[in-house]
Ligand binder design. Structure first.
Ligand code: G6P
Length: 428
């Protein structure tokens, strides 16, 4: 909770963004503090005693949040993705020497860690799913991701050799914050991956890296997920280099990471190619999203984005799980969006697609560009640039988010503020 201050008024909010256009300074409230506002003057009390707190200036970054040439913040924020990559890597990755140069990552590499748990909600949880695959595959560290509201009430078995990563765009999500408190009370090592600088979760963690994605106004998170993925893969490479990861493999990955901003810009420049897909698929009211292995978390995220922005029912399954029940729902009225890129169990997913087609299902494939023989499997395809297989979770998001935005527009939805949702969920 923050108190926003200006010459014209005093404001209360859970998020600096919300008051950035009316307030010039803010004060952060800690646990058990109460603010009393009388005739525009505020006093902060802790257990009945007045406390003096120094206010901080609201930086120009918050004040300049505007839509620019875009109709919505969400579209603007999706178009900022190339910049998000640059911000996440600046001062952390040296692309010339293909090395990681960061004090926090160095300090983290010196810790004795034999397991990682990522705790998060919503889109951050799905980014965490991808992160666990990277920690296992790149760093050779067992890793798991937990929904914060489940983690909080599950039996907690603390381990001093586990790194607990708390991931949150806002840094204020109640379930994540309370989980963090629980882990800290047991004296375990906590690491924050947060966007909003100075937020509660960022301040509470022992260590952390900001995503530096810039202000995210759209209620449904977009660009910050790319910032989270960027930080997660950096951590995996850095931790991996202290273990079995070979320098030549790390360099190869870093070289590919350096190409991401340009490849994403190309995807954004080609967004007009999505128009027929938006037109055709806006007619459906139920969707399956399918992906497996590294692409499962991305499929979950894209399914959530369609739900949030369009209010259309979308369910996500691991492609291999389809035959264990959900297949009963397949017919010509329920399209499946299948994420199926080169190098990520593609042959296995191809047979899942054939199972759908045999039941008159419609399949929209997200595929690697230039592979004509693959395209015949699908009713429609969205092509994404070729990439290192480990980086494939990045690529389907931009086109599928833009398809969700396009459908939401056709249906007249409030894209920046979907019904019933909040940007920072500060209650459990
Ligand atoms: C809300 C937002 C989601 C977001 C989730 C977690 O539900 O609408 O877009 O993913 O909170 O937020 P966090 O700030 O913790 O990443």
């Amino acid at each position: 909770m923050i108190v926003g201050l200006s010459a014209d008024g005093t404001y209360l909010s859970s998020d600096i963004n919300a008051v950035s256009r009316v307030a010039t300074e803010f004060v952060t409230l800690e646990d058990h503090e109460i603010v009393r506002i009388i005739s525009g003057k505020y006093t902060i009390l802790s257990y009945g005693k007045e406390v003096n707190k120094v206010s901080e200036k609201i930086t120009s970054e918050f004040q300049t949040a505007h839509k620019g040439d875009y109709e919505t913040f969400t579209e603007k924020e999706i178009h900022e993705i190339p910049e998000v990559f640059r911000n996440a890597f600046t001062g952390r990755l040296n692309f010339e020497t293909q090395t990681i140069t960061n004090e926090t990552l160095d300090a983290l590499s010196d810790q004795e860690i034999d397991r990682i748990e990522i705790i998060a909600s919503g889109s951050s949880y799905f980014a965490g799913m991808v992160g666990t695959s990277w920690f296992k595959e790149i760093a050779g560290i067992p890793a798991d991701v937990r929904i914060s509201s489940e983690f909080l009430y599950d039996t907690f078995l603390p381990s001093k050799k586990t790194l607990y990563i708390f991931m949150s765009q806002s840094g204020e999500t109640a379930d994540v914050r309370e989980s963090l408190k629980m882990v800290k009370e047991k004296g375990c090592l906590t690491f924050g991956i947060v966007n909003v600088v100075g937020s509660t979760i960022a301040r509470m963690c022992d260590m952390g890296l900001y995503t530096h994605s810039g202000v995210e106004v759209g209620v449904a998170s977009t660009k910050n997920i790319i910032g989270q993925l960027s930080v997660l893969i950096l951590m995996a490479i850095s931790l991996g280099l202290k273990r079995e990861l070979q320098m030549k493999d790390a360099r190869e990955l870093i070289r590919h990471l350096g190409e991401l901003p340009e490849k994403f810009q190309k995807q954004l420049n080609n967004k007009h190619l999505l128009a027929p897909i938006i037109e055709k698929y806006s007619a459906f009211t139920n969707f399956f999203f399918l992906g497996r292995n590294l692409l499962y978390g991305t499929a979950q995220e894209c399914s959530l984005k369609l739900k949030e922005l369009t209010y259309i029912h979308a369910e996500c399954y691991s492609s291999g799980e389809l035959k264990h029940g959900p297949l009963a729902l397949i017919n010509s009225k329920m399209p499946s969006v299948v994420l199926n890129l080169k190098g990520v169990l593609r042959e296995k997913t191809n047979s899942n697609i054939k199972e759908i087609k045999a039941r008159n299902g419609i399949v929209l494939g997200v595929v690697t560009e230039g592979e004509q023989h693959q395209k015949d499997l699908y009713d429609d395809v969205i092509e994404v640039p070729t990439c290192h297989p480990l980086l494939s979770p990045f690529f389907p998001v931009t086109p599928l988010w833009l398809v969700a935005v396009g459908i939401a527009k056709k249906l007249g939805r409030d894209i920046d503020k979907p019904q019933n949702l909040a940007k920072s969920v500060t209650v459990e």
